[in-house]
Design a protein around this ligand. Structure first.
Ligand SMILES: NC(=O)c1ccc[n+]([C@@H]2O[C@H](COP(=O)([O-])OP(=O)(O)OC[C@H]3O[C@@H](n4cnc5c(N)ncnc54)[C@H](O)[C@@H]3O)[C@@H](O)[C@H]2O)c1
Length: 410
């Protein structure tokens, strides 16, 4: 297979994973250019990726007409429409970060542009490339489960992750970012659609912001955790950001090394120090979505903030067996009706770049194969990927109408 030329547009957390993959596997990708408008990150790119041409402005990049096989658009959600369409208009195929865009109309505009410019767009639905979901898909395709009739999936966000990202952080407010069912769950919608192998035709959804509001603030709670007398509150920012699981998120308010001292020094009076019962959040803390597929099969998805850990679990019910698994544990059980139970532990040890239980690493490998015209497990293009977003938008519309059925029309 040939080396493929990669451009990274937006060298942030995600873009850096794609650039690192190219650096680690030069026999697969040649990182020909990076477009990044943050001067510090451009400096980092100079030393980390010396072979790539660097651009602070994408218009300057376009003027150079650099040849590339794929542009990874990894800028922020609200910029995807402008950046994706500009790149496609210039003739580039895309690896586009999810969500495609924050609003349905923008997603459809990107989809229309991909058809107009005849460009291929692969959306970074990284979960479908994880060894866990790839194994599940292979099991379904093998027929071991019989015909799949129902899927039940849940996304357990984790109480501290909810507090950081969806109460205090960037995805807390629907108007400023997008509804929870898109921001957090478009991966799940994609997986359910992928495993079912059929289009979803209608959706009903219920959900609410039940707990993280003023009505649940303990008496005497203050605006900032750093002033609050409730020192044993489980949502206390100082406790979360110095915990083993929450320390990772401290990079949102400190650029220093994440020691207790630096975190506790930089946290007070930032948005991440705010009381979880007194923020400007409006995205839901729980939501249940039920889906009907083209041939009458069904699926149900539960999103909840209320879990000790971050994990997803999955049940696939077929006519001959049921499959039960927990993604983060890489464990799968196939319970054959009238037979034994088969236990499978999925191996993700090969994944040495990125995260998402191997999803980032295996996505880049699938991308490489797809660009070489080989069979590439998991890869689909925008005509399929957009379904997950339409399912999410339909779920939100239904939720706003107290569960009223919402049909999906592409
Ligand atoms: N696939 C997944 O599972 C997954 C996970 C996390 C985030 N995301 C998505 O990936 C995207 C990027 O997220 P991130 O966490 O890497 O964000 P980030 O803010 O770390 O990175 C974005 C980068 O784009 C750069 N940028 C912004 N505008 C630019 C412009 N006009 N020209 C050049 N550079 C520009 C920024 O300076 C920044 O370095 C988002 O859409 C996010 O929702 C996807």
């Amino acid at each position: 297979m040939e080396i493929k030329r990669l451009v990274v547009f937006g060298l942030g957390a995600r873009g850096n994973i794609y650039a690192t993959f190219a650096k680690t596997y030069p026999e697969k990708f040649d990182l020909v250019a990076i477009i990044e408008n943050n001067p510090e990150r451009l400096d980092y790119a100079k030393t980390e990726y010396p072979g790539a041409r660097l651009f602070a402005d994408y218009h300057a990049f376009l003027l150079e007409k650099i040849e590339a096989d794929i542009v990874a658009v990894a800028t922020q959600d609200e910029d995807h429409k402008e950046h994706a369409i500009a790149m496609m208009a210039a003739g580039y195929d895309l690896l586009l970060e999810k969500p495609i865009a924050n609003h349905k109309e923008e997603c459809l505009e990107i989809y229309e542009a991909s058809k107009r410019y005849d460009r291929k767009v692969i959306v970074c639905h990284v979960l479908r490339y994880t060894p866990f979901y790839s194994t599940v898909k292979r099991i379904i395709d093998s027929g071991k489960l019989g015909e799949v009739i129902t899927i039940h999936a849940s996304e357990n966000v984790g109480y501290y992750h909810q507090a950081h990202s969806f109460i205090r952080g960037p995805w807390r407010n629907k108007a400023q970012s997008s509804p929870m069912i898109l921001a957090k769950c478009c991966h799940d919608m994609d997986i359910i659609r992928y495993l079912m192998g059929e289009e979803c035709v209608s959706v009903s959804s219920y959900g609410d912001l039940f707990y993280f509001n003023e009505a649940h603030a303990p008496k005497g709670a203050t605006a900032y955790c750093s002033d609050c007398p409730h020192t044993d509150c489980i949502y206390k920012a100082q406790t979360i950001y110095t915990s083993e699981v929450g320390r990772f998120f401290a990079s949102y308010f400190t650029t220093k090394e994440r020691t207790d001292e630096n975190i506790l020094g930089d946290l007070p009076k930032t948005q991440y120090d705010r009381c979880v019962f007194g923020c400007d959040n409006d995205v839901v803390d729980h939501q249940v979505t039920i889906m009907q597929f083209a041939k009458g099969k069904t699926a149900c998805h539960t999103m909840t903030a209320f879990s000790k850990e971050i994990y997803r679990d999955l049940k696939v019910h077929g006519t001959k067996a049921e499959l039960v698994g927990v993604v983060e544990k890489n464990s799968i059980e196939i319970r054959y009706f009238g037979g034994e139970t088969e236990k499978i532990t999925v191996d993700i040890s090969a994944a040495n770049v990125g995260g998402h239980m191997g999803g980032d690493y295996f996505m880049m490998n699938s991308l490489y194969r797809a660009l070489n015209g080989e069979v590439a497990e998991g890869v689909t293009f925008l005509d399929v990927s957009i379904d997950s977003h339409l399912m999410s938008f339909a779920a939100e519309e239904s939720r706003m109408n107290n569960g009223g059925t919402c049909k999906i029309n592409k």
